[in-house]
Write a protein that binds this ligand. Structure first.
Ligand code: AMP
Length: 502
């Protein structure tokens, strides 16, 4: 192998006579045409002066060209660095200053604001619009379709993905060819993807879920993708009959459940629904099964580790759990320097070929989270049942310590979520003069309903020890979430920070 990831995912497309991408507007892109696009972009990157090891930062709308740019960057031995399209120019300044890319590819509309930022950090700028046009496309068009990938080793970097970073600055997770290849291979086998699969792909491709879990697995197994710019319930419901599998974040599933067109008939042909990136409520899992007969397969992972735990394909998929360690991946749950016993809560640690190479130019942060013997400290709290299934109970930094007692938000949220009028809840710790932190509950109301706070307080009193009772409640129309469906607890803590201050 000359370039492990390119050879595995992109090189084979050149010889394939089959459709690869189905787009929302009805267009279809064949595998060989896509491979030619990857090749031309690769030659274009070289013409733009991109050298092996250089970072190519990319902040563009999801499109076939954007996916091809990932292949091209890997092909020339450079490091693909996708950025969330929501980042403002001021935020991009940090990423460009930190990653020092050779080239920054942006939407033509953002070029005016980003050009001085890139110039200040020594990065060239090229444009790629959502429709595939722009200066990068022009450069690629004049290139040959013959392309020779640059030789790389398995441990060389293929990508840097910045973590969403709810506290402090976001960190660049360095991912090697081997990291990405091993995870794609394990997932493809475990979830039984084949060249007969058509994956409904409505996730963003600047994040590990849409870029690596979804795209890599599909490319590896020779499948096709219905490649949508984002999640739109109408579009997804109309295209589901053409798909065999879908990967989504929990909000995809709650939005589908909100629509009466989601039925057993509509989904009967589907082989697999997968959820991850944020907790899927047991309630959602059970409601989806009751409506469609399909048991959503929930899995867990993070940018730094790729995927690490998954419910089985064959075998019980337990609602509310993220399943068992992937083959070849070690998982342990630690508290006070030792593994906890089943049922007790601790921090998940992960070791295996999937675990990243460290944080880009942050040796101290790397040393804090990645032990010398290869165990990565995820910061996620979890417990394991007698069958080995792991349940995530939240982030360690979301643990509330009130008057010296530990409160795991999920335990309180699970109770609040099932109260009448409550759609979902987020339990957070707020500064409190006596208790250090006070438990505070933010509730999202159900459509056309209002939670009855007195009844809710009574339910809490009857079920939970007093120190776990929320000392205050707020009711909102919805909880703040990011594009991956994660509830933004840091934002809630900021909004309600003064609630208990004297
Ligand atoms: P990211 O690096 O953006 O993929 O975020 C990773 C984080 O998302 C993990 O550390 C978990 O806190 C959370 N996460 C991912 N999958 C799940 C899941 N199935 N259930 C609960 N939390 C999850």
């Amino acid at each position: 192998m000359t370039n492990p990831l390119y050879d595995m995912l992109f090189a084979p497309l050149g010889h394939a006579d089959r459709p690869l991408l189905h787009l929302a507007d009805g267009r279809q892109i064949g595998a060989a045409d896509f491979a030619a696009l990857v090749s031309r972009l690769g030659n274009g990157l070289r013409a733009a002066g991109v050298l092996p090891g250089d970072r190519v930062a990319v902040q563009v709308a999801k499109s076939p060209e954007a996916l091809a740019l990932y292949g091209a960057t890997v092909g020339v031995g450079a490091v693909f660095l996708p950025l969330n399209t929501a980042y403002t120019a001021a935020e991009v300044d940090y990423f460009v200053g930190n990653a020092k890319p050779r080239l920054f590819v942006c939407d033509p509309k953002a070029a005016a604001a980003l050009t001085p930022i890139c110039a200040a950090h020594g990065a060239d700028i090229l444009c790629l619009a959502a429709d595939g046009s722009g200066s990068l496309a022009d450069l690629a068009e004049g290139q040959e379709a013959a392309f020779e990938p640059t030789a790389r080793r398995g441990q060389d970097l293929a990508a840097i993905l910045y973590t969403s970073g709810t506290t402090g600055r976001s960190k660049g997770a360095m991912l090697s060819h081997d990291n990405l290849m091993s995870n794609a291979q394990v997932l493809a086998r475990l979830w039984q993807f084949t060249d007969r699969d058509v994956l409904l792909h409505a996730l963003p491709i600047y994040h590990t879920h849409g870029l690596f879990v979804a795209s890599n697995v599909s490319l590896l197994t020779g499948g096709q993708m219905i490649f949508l710019p984002g999640f739109d319930a109408d579009q997804v419901l109309s295209l589901l009959p053409r798909a065999t599998a879908m990967m989504g974040v929990p909000t995809f599933y709650t939005r589908l459940l909100d629509d009466p067109r989601l039925t057993r008939d509509l989904t009967g042909h589907m082989r697999l629904f997968i959820s991850g990136s944020a907790p899927l409520l047991s309630e959602t899992h059970l409601a989806f099964e009751a409506r469609t007969g399909q048991r959503i397969l929930e899995r867990y992972g993070m940018t730094e580790t790729n995927m690490t735990l998954s419910n089985p394909y064959d075998g019980p998929r337990k609602a509310g759990t993220v399943g068992l360690p992937l083959p070849g991946v070690e998982v342990r749950i630690m508290a006070q320097g030792a593994e906890v016993t089943d049922g007790d809560i601790g921090v998940i640690e992960v070791r295996g070929p999937n675990v990243f190479q460290g944080y880009w130019q942050m040796p101290d942060k790397t040393a804090e989270d990645l032990r010398p013997d290869g165990w990565f400290i995820t910061g996620d709290l979890a417990c394991r049942d007698a069958d080995g299934y792991v349940t995530i109970v939240g982030r360690a930094k979301d643990l509330i310590i009130t008057g010296g007692f530990n409160v795991y938000p999920k335990e309180v949220e699970d109770l609040l979520d099932i109260q009448p009028g409550v759609l979902e809840s987020a339990v957070i710790g707020l500064p409190h003069p006596d208790f250090g932190e006070a438990v505070f509950a933010v509730l999202a109301r159900q459509k056309d309903a209002e939670p009855d706070l007195d009844a809710l307080r009574l339910a809490v009193t009857q079920s939970l020890a007093k120190f776990k009772h929320p000392k205050g409640y707020a009711v909102l129309d919805s909880l703040p979430r990011n594009a991956m469906g994660k509830v933004q607890k840091a934002e809630l803590r900021k909004t309600f920070a003064d609630r208990f201050r004297a």
